[in-house]
Design a protein around this ligand. Structure first.
Ligand code: 13P
Length: 336
């Protein structure tokens, strides 16, 4: 077993999942303002420290993805954020892309940037304690898109990023997100997501990335959020497995889904069914942002930053997601 494979497995084994707390300051400002809180560095730290010191970090969370501001912050007890995460047995990771910009000659599409100077930034993050990284490529579905140009250029960037992360002894999370925005069918989502993931692996292989030392972070197969043809949760799980079975090489140890705008319950229920129906060798777990934090953020704001009340909600959510990663979640345990 290589060192990278060992780190990847430590993050996602035994029902553990990933807490994606790597919202950029821009995104975090939207999330905080939506619940009536000011987006100051202190508030961002306080909310995140509340989550990272929750009891469920020990049994449920294998890794936490941080943003540049957070990995450099010091907690109220004087510890660094990575040390706080390590003290709960989880591994700190870091988002290293610098965001999605308009793609030249296809301006309605996005290309994720951040390759310039990446080697040096990775070395800095390793010293701060990070042992895994994240880069997100984003694709939207419409009559015209995604174009081959967007699929190829984002896959190329994901592969170059992954090779650099591994060179610096960190596990790359490879995140090609096909957005749920639009009125497309689940069939369209299935065929486009499969094409995108296959292209990513073509490029990862071309760039000699060790596939046993990555974690894939894809979207689930859903119909568009404006589609009139919703499919059942069971169909979501079957289509998602079908997609991954046909497009992900066997060496990949695991898959950690993004929630992508699904509600907390939807994201939990779908993950649970994916694990119940999983007929692959891949570990299938979560790497949720909104679907782990939404409820906790609301309570944090409503309760005037009550740590215990906020952690109670987060602990429940993380526990439900971990049960779903083991295929053991049910509506009864959710509402107990
Ligand atoms: P969501 O689960 O809110 O989609 O966030 C996951 C993530 O890390 C997106 O890059």
């Amino acid at each position: 077993m290589t060192e990278l494979n060992e780190i990847a497995l430590k993050i996602i084994s035994d029902g553990k999942g990933i807490l994606a707390a790597d919202e950029s300051n821009g995104t975090m400002t939207k999330r905080l303002e939506a619940v009536g809180m000011d987006s100051t560095p202190e508030n961002r730290l306080e909310f995140r420290e509340t989550l990272f010191s929750s009891e469920s970090m020990k049994e449920c969370i294998g890794g936490v993805i941080l943003y540049d501001e957070t990995i450099n912050q010091i907690t109220s007890s004087g510890k660094s954020i990575p040390d706080l995460i390590y003290s709960y047995g989880a591994i700190p990771g870091i988002k290293v892309d610098t965001g999605a910009k308009n793609l030249a000659n296809s301006l309605e599409e996005k290309i994720t940037e951040g390759l310039d100077g990446l080697r040096e930034r990775l070395k800095k993050y390793y010293k701060l304690g990070a042992r895994f990284t994240k880069w997100r490529g984003v694709f939207s579905i419409s009559n015209k898109y995604p174009s081959k140009q967007a699929i190829n250029s984002n896959a190329h960037s994901l592969a170059r990023y992954s090779a650099l992360a591994q060179e610096n002894k960190m596990v790359p999370i490879v995140e090609p997100e096909v957005l749920m925005d639009g009125d497309h069918s689940a069939e369209d989502c299935l065929s486009i997501t499969s094409e995108v993931i296959k292209k990513c692996f073509d490029e990862l292989i071309l760039h000699k990335v060790d596939l046993s030392g990555i974690i894939l972070k894809p979207n689930m197969i859903l119909s568009g959020n404006q589609s009139n043809h919703k499919i059942s949760n069971d169909e979501v799980s079957k289509k998602t497995i079908q997609c991954l079975k046909s497009s992900v090489p066997n060496e990949v140890p695991g898959i950690a889904f993004l929630s992508g705008g699904q509600s907390e319950i939807e994201a939990t229920e779908n993950l649970n069914l994916i694990n119940k129906n999983n007929n692959t060798n891949f570990i299938m777990t979560y790497s949720y942002g909104r679907a782990l934090q939404q409820g906790a953020l609301k309570v944090w704001s409503d309760s005037n930053k009550d740590t215990k009340a906020t952690q109670k909600i987060f602990n429940h959510r993380a526990k439900m997601c971990t049960l779903a990663s083991l295929g053991n979640w049910s509506k009864e345990v959710e509402n107990k």
